[in-house]
Design a protein around this ligand. Structure first.
Ligand SMILES: Cc1ncc(COP(=O)(O)O)c(C=O)c1O
Length: 385
């Protein structure tokens, strides 16, 4: 079989075999509804509560502060809308480079009469804590800033933002979908009231995630129905998914530190190889405050899709930083917010490394990447101009 190299771990990860094994009984003999009082129900509930305990141990919070949801998207919606709708009106502070789950929830709230400040970022993709402080008004009801951006990997100074927001008595939400289980998140020190985290980015199954809600945070449910999750999120829980997520978190607890160091080394090897072999390439994101395994680069006068498709033909999976909307290719809103010139931003490619990535994988990609970019440039009218 020809070589296959998966470098798109920020999009999703392969489910760890131990996670699959932990989940299987919950599709079969322990299939009960966790709300049922009989033995079948209790078995399902027990599995779910063990998983909740693993989350709370990992985050060093209490079990009652963890709500299971259907994904990072739902966790973000529940946090942002749940806090906002509990107040009924007011002002929200966020950044221009949040995930769409936060941005579009904020836009929805604007339609309901809330006001939102979308803070800019600097050239490295950092939100300035001073900008957050200046944006806060007497009627500010929520500050929501992501921990790390999925595209460029820049890690925000939440440790400086959180305590300052808490001092003013305003709830602070952090979308940690890309950092949870990859880099440490200290909820108490960072002054975080709500934290979104998702399973399928850390070798767990898709369609399950969590939201930490600090005890005493005033919020309402967004999805209504039964009494599940202490009335904060109605709907029969995805028990097998939650059990798998719990196992995935337990594994990350053991592997996270060593894996972060290993991926940082691989990322350096990758970037050193690219910058030595490909002309007119730039690195996007902060040089040091970044996710260990995320490398985002721009190839000037190259369309990212050509690189993604060309690498795919060689068995390599990476992702493009630009989005194709209604036939026209737009540069990434994250790179635009960072001030990356359009002729560079159109050629952005993200490689996100993970557990299975080896040195041999990186060396193989380096071998095929430079001739590919050269060929694309030879065929591109822009590079001739
Ligand atoms: C920063 C961030 N927030 C939220 C999400 C959405 O998570 P999910 O795919 O679990 O809905 C993602 C997914 O890529 C993400 O990167």
């Amino acid at each position: 079989m020809s070589r296959r190299v998966y470098l798109d771990h920020n999009a999703s990860t392969p489910v760890h075999p131990d996670v699959v094994a932990a989940m299987l009984p919950y599709f079969q003999e322990r299939f009960g509804n966790p709300s049922s009082v009989h033995t079948f129900g209790r078995e399902a509930r027990d599995g779910m509560e063990v998983a909740r305990g693993r989350m709370s141990d990992f985050l060093r919070v209490s079990k009652e502060e963890i709500v299971f949801t259907s994904g990072g998207t739902e966790s973000d919606n529940l946090a942002v809308k749940g806090v906002a709708l509990a107040r009924g009106g007011g002002h929200i502070v966020t950044s221009q480079i949040e995930h769409h789950a936060v941005l579009r929830a904020c836009q929805f709230l604007e339609g309901q009469g809330f006001e939102v400040t979308y803070l800019p970022v600097d050239g490295d993709g950092l939100v300035s804590p001073d900008d957050v402080r200046r944006a806060i008004r007497p009627d500010t009801i929520l500050v929501t800033i992501m921990h790390a951006n999925s595209e460029v990997g820049t890690i925000q100074p939440v440790e400086a933002i959180g305590p300052m927001v808490r001092e003013r008595g305003i709830p602070f939400h952090v979308d940690a979908v890309q950092t949870f289980g990859k880099v440490p998140v200290d909820l108490a020190r960072f002054g975080i009231d709500l934290l979104s985290f998702s399973s399928h980015k850390i070798y767990g199954p898709k369609g399950v995630a969590g939201l930490y809600i600090r005890k005493g945070t005033k919020m309402v449910a967004v999805q209504h129905g039964g009494e599940h999750e202490r009335r904060r999120r109605a709907g029969t829980e995805n028990v097998a998914g939650i059990v798998g997520f719990g196992r995935a978190v337990e594994i990350r607890g053991r592997e996270m530190e060593a894996e972060a160091a290993r991926l940082t080394g691989l990322r350096h090897r990758f970037w050193a190889g690219v910058s030595a072999s490909v002309p007119e390439v730039r690195l996007n994101g902060h040089p040091t405050r970044r996710l260990p395994g995320t490398l985002n680069m721009c190839f000037r006068h190259v369309e990212s899709e050509s690189v993604v498709l060309g690498l795919d033909l060689k068995g390599v999976a990476v992702s493009a930083g630009s989005a194709c909307t209604s036939g026209s290719v737009e540069p990434s809103y994250v790179l635009v917010a960072m001030g990356v010139p359009v002729d560079w931003a159109m050629g952005s490619v993200r490689a996100s490394l993970g557990r299975g990535t080896t040195e041999a994988d990186i060396d193989y990609v380096l071998e095929v990447l430079s001739p590919l970019v050269r060929r694309i440039r030879e065929l591109s009218p822009a590079s001739v101009a």
